[in-house]
Structures are given as structure tokens and as C-alpha cells.
Design a binder for this molecule. Sequence first.
Ligand code: F6P
Length: 319
Amino acid sequence: MKKIAVLTSGGDAPGMNAAIRAVVRAAVYYNIEIVGITRGFAGLIKGELIEMEASTVGDIVHKGGTMLKTARSEEFKTEEGRKKAYEILRENGVEGLVVIGGDGSFAGAQKLSEMGINTIGIPGTIDNDLAYTEYTIGFDTAVNTVLDAVTKIRDTSSSHEKATIIEVMGRNCGDIALHAGLAGGAESIILPEAQLGIEDIAKKLKQGKERGKLHHIIMLAEGSGIASQLQEEILEKAGVNARVTVLGFIQRGGDPTSFDRIIASKMGVNAVELLLKNESNKVVGIKDNKIFNMDITEALNMKKPFDNHMYKLTEILSV
Ligand code: F6P
């Protein structure tokens, strides 16, 4: 393997820069040429390749976002689009590609691997929705960003003795809501994996009031509903006028936590080492604090188990 490339694709996630840095520096360390592709698969189709060296990735380990930019490409989903991408890589002598992104990006990597480009995926998404790995890069930072917001909202909720619905990201996965909800002491947590009925929320609101609670934080994962609708239902069924905060894109930004920087660094180096061993169609993950890799197809077919124990904890702790 003489020349490899790296790209970020899909929604950005804090720690992607640390992963790019690790890929580039590992390539330099192992004496292979490295190019960056800007704007993900969309940029690849347009031939947006930039030469990279150790200094290109200086001063980015601590920064959110992705220096390579990112995009969601419809064209790459077509056979014609992928053919263009394949030809660009071949014309430029790129034999291996590291794709940093989520499941859609991995599906793209899998297709390129079938066409003969060695590909390795690194999980970069705030959603933590990939079943094969315990953590994805960006999740820890997003949870801490949400937690910071919950802590601040809790102050004003207590002062005004109000219930607050906080809607968070995660697509169809409730991990951001569950983790930030547990850490932030939310009273009710509504997840795609565990839909709490309006009656349960009303009961909790009543219980809380009776025992003198000043606030009631309701964490709502975006995959299980819309905050404004829930607000109406709560007013109708429980007679409580809850406030709403939709955290939105603030969750995708910010300096990555040490955890995200560390897993990004480990995964980036591991991805390059796999390419050096001529491996392809693999994804890198972390389990029990150990970096491992597995077949992309197998990883994409896995179903993410729901952490029932953690959910139960939130119930116990919010009595
Ligand atoms: O996958 C990351 C994520 O931030 C999800 O949590 C959210 O549903 C989605 O991306 C938003 O996507 P877009 O950037 O296309 O609006």
C-alpha cells in the first residue's frame, strides 16, 4: 500500500479532527502517501483531493467539526456516482480509503470495497447508533454538551417551579437522551427504545409535585417525538404548562472531550495499520476499552441492544 486517502461523511461529530490527525500522522509514520478528500463522498466524485502531511493536521486535535468538511451525497448512492468516485481514486493512485462517519458512510465504504478499493470505517457520529461498537466518536462530547444545557435549564426550572421538555438529537437512537438524562437527573426520559406514555409522565409530574419537587426535566429523544406536540399533550392530559427547549445543532459542535480525542486517536492509527495489512471492508470499534475491528457488512447487520439496566436506573433514581 503506497497511497491512502481519508474523508469525513454524514453529520459532523466532535473528535473527527482528532481522527483525521491520527490517520494522517500514522500514514506519515509508516511512510505512505496520504491525501484528504474534502466534503465526503460528494467531494470525492468531484475530485476534491488535497495532499496532506504531518503539519496539515497541526493544531486540530482539540477542535470540533471536521477540517475536511462533510456532506451527505445523493449522487454517491447511484451506481454512476460510485463509478466516478472509483475512477477518481484509481486515477490518483489511491489504494486504500479511511471513511469516518456513520452507517450511511459505512454503506458507501462497503460499496467501494466491492469495487476493489480497500476501505476501513471509523465510527464518527454523535448518535452512538452503531450496534457493533460501544462508543462512536463525538457521542461523549454531545452528551456533555447536553448535560451542560440540562444543568443550566434545571436552575431556571427550579426558580420558576416549571416542568421542561428538552429535545435532543440521536436520530432513531435514544443514547444521547438516556446518558444525559441519567447524568442530569431527568425525571422522565422518552426514547425510541422505551416509549413512556403520556399517562406515565402525568403520574410522575403529579408525584413530583406532591413531594415538593421544584422542577421536572423531561428528556425527549428526537426519534420518539416532537417537543411541541408533547407539550400540548402534557397540557391537555396533565394540565401542566411545560416549557420547551430544542437543543438542535449545538449538540454537534464544541471541543471534543478527552474520551473522544483518545478513541479517535486509537481508531485512526488502527485504521491505517489495517490498510497496511491489506485489510478491507472493515470497521474499527471499541468494546471493553479495547479497539477491535470487524467486517462492515456484519457490523451493519447488527441490531443495537438497548441498555435496559441503565434505563431502569433512571426510573429508580427519579422516584
Ligand atoms: O446523525 C447526526 C445527526 O445530528 C442526528 O442526530 C440528526 O438527526 C441529524 O444528524 C441531523 O441531520 P442534518 O445535519 O442533515 O440536519
